[in-house]
Design a protein around this ligand. Sequence first.
Ligand code: FAD
Length: 512
Amino acid sequence: MLKSVVVVGGGTSGWMTASYLTAAFGDRIKVTLVESARVGAIGVGEATFSTVRHFFEYLGLEEKDWMPKCNATYKLAIRFENWREEGHHFYHPFERQRVVDGFTLPDWWLRNPSSDRFDRDCFLVGTLCDSLKSPRHLDGTLFEGGLGERSMYRTTLTEQSTQFPYAYHFDATLVANFLRDYAVARGVRHVLDDVVDVALDDRGWISHVVTKEQGDLTGDLFIDCTGFRSLLLGKALEEPFESYQSSLPNDSAVALRVPLDMERKGLRPCTTATAQEAGWIWTIPLFDRIGTGYVYASEYSTPEQAEKRLREFVGPAAEDLEANHIKMRIGRSRRHWVNNCVAIGLSSGFVEPLESTGIFFIQHAIEQLVKHFPDARWDEGLRDSYNSLVNRCMDGVREFLVLHYYAAKRTDNQYWLDTKKRALPDGLAERLERWQTRLPDGESVYPHYHGFEAYSYVCMLLGLGGIELKPSAALGLLDPSSAQHEFKLVAEQASELERTLPTQYEYFAQFH
Ligand code: FAD
């Protein structure tokens, strides 16, 4: 059996990995985490997927244990602003589609739109976001009674069968600190030092890492969580990197942490992605501030232009704040597990944070590592299986993100015009053709697990507005009365929730 794991890097990926391994294996595996005091973590990465709750559940943590300590808030959707045209917005909610007479509500909506807001007509979450509502009542009950509360039973991403209606926003630094304390309290050895060398044996496997002041750290398995530097997998093992840049050109970001009076401003329960001249700006509301940043393509904007635009967007609150400029490596390693080294987090791959997938990739990788955990035989089949799952997951997300740009109606400058001209990843062109006559379903989206279901594709196509979609002809022959009833029900339920739910600020104020 393997006895020891060395995690190099103490950002979100390092501490998520160390805490999860401890929660999974207890003291049967010795975990050491080494992080540099000199090289900071990237410090962004504050919006998540609804599935991240499985991670916290696996660790045995309830929301009350960690959310107030990390200034966390709820995220019910992503709000896309100006992707179709200036002034337009729509939501990509964490909410599955209702089905009437074998057709989804968006199918019925496309046949006969009752307003120009598919997101409010077909889903509840659009209304809750517009009115800044919490998904929980003040007594803690969830707005969707049918889902109910679930006890902790350690599910993982690929086993989940319900769409939980929200994810979280949190302060990345506070979450890393919280997980560090969790992991150290459960026996993870924490070494604060620089790794200055990675020593390989004659087979090319890592024998130890050399630290500046505290000698060599030996282990059986090494996890590379060193961020974009990819010190172990990329540098020492020289695993090639496959860039996604040709289809996703945004390679830079500038970020600000903006303290704001959220009581006055209001806590919008979603991430906002506002389209810009050379990319888009994220706005992530935390309990005490917003996290914001401009993701852009350096081919179309200089860092100075991007920072100026971000400051204008934020307004006076941005004065005197220091901007964090980040160069992003977009794409993935050819393999993520090579010999006795597994890269997790930015060291393994990254796509721009448009759908908040960075932490999702980390969670997926950790869960799969536990499922594929090797023994002394180092079965090659395990490594191959792990690598292909992780590759497919990232390639699927790449495809979904390319769709955002290709299907956006906006074509008002060269940046947006060029988004329609780039070569599409394999399979997407064919799928797009199919979706024009039949909205995406489980059979027609990217076929491997990548975190997104058909309803996400449907929302993006209906919201972005750049692709002509034809309603299903069969709907003209069906009696629409049940669908009409369901639309009415959505509207009634939405206005009842709007009337009875507290605002998100009111909900969280009780814990602070
Ligand atoms: P890092 O945070 O870079 O950590 C690297 C660690 O390695 C540090 O602890 C450092 O000290 C250590 N290290 C480096 N060199 C050495 C050395 N020589 N010796 C010892 N230690 C060393 N994800 C989301 O899910 N949602 C989002 O909204 C989101 N937004 C993002 C926005 C931007 C602009 C970017 C770039 C990323 C975003 N991400 C997002 C991704 C997310 O930030 C990362 O996935 C997450 O923070 C994990 O980073 P990491 O731990 O892999 O790397």
